[in-house]
Design a protein around this ligand. Structure first.
Ligand SMILES: [Zn+2]
Ligand SMILES: [Zn+2]
Length: 180
């Protein structure tokens, strides 16, 4: 267990709850070609509640990562925040639970908080991260960073993602292809 939490004496009775605020170390995360390097540990605040059926975990987690913009290839940092959910039950006590209820098991009166916390954060990482929503990316012709200005080849290579479509359309339709 990477982050064991002893529930005995804390969550013994129905309605008992406990708040945990702490940090857990993070490893580098790879999602496809994107690499997210943690700059901080994951900081979380979660509430554990005994609902009778089991122990419910809910709260939030955040961390700061460095990654590379998929459009302009610059390094940038961003804060990622996620909701955390979990449900923990004694092995053998889960027979009555609906099948779709996700569950982790309580082992020796302990639950491991780390998997739910880290997984929530990883799921909140962006697919195809961009350093800014309006990042203009790089010129497909010369590789210039178009956030820093236009380049000499603009106009005949074209920075429109639809530029190539023009070649596929019959003459006369080209104006429609990029909306101009
Ligand atoms: Zn960018
Ligand atoms: Zn260019």
């Amino acid at each position: 267990m990477a982050y064991p939490f002893l529930i005995r004496g804390v969550l013994d009775d129905l309605g008992d709850s406990f708040v945990v605020t702490d940090t857990v170390a993070l490893a580098e995360v790879r999602l496809g070609d994107d690499v997210f390097s943690p700059l901080t540990p994951a900081t979380f605040t979660v509430t554990l509640s005994n609902t009778g059926a089991g122990i419910v975990l809910s709260g939030t987690v955040s961390a700061r990562f460095r990654t590379i913009c998929v459009r302009c290839l610059c390094d940038f940092e961003s804060d990622v925040t996620a909701d955390v959910d979990g449900f923990y039950v004694e092995a053998g006590d889960d027979a009555d639970l609906p099948e779709e209820q996700e569950r982790e098991f309580i082992a020796e009166e302990r639950i491991d908080l780390e998997p739910a916390i880290v997984q929530s954060l990883v799921l909140a990482l962006p697919f195809a991260p961009v350093h800014a929503a309006d990042c203009k990316g790089m010129c497909p012709g010369c590789g210039a960073d178009l956030n820093e200005g236009t380049c000499a080849c603009e106009g005949h290579v074209g920075s429109s993602p639809f530029a190539k479509l023009k070649d596929l359309l019959p003459p006369g339709r080209a104006e429609d292809a990029d909306g101009r």
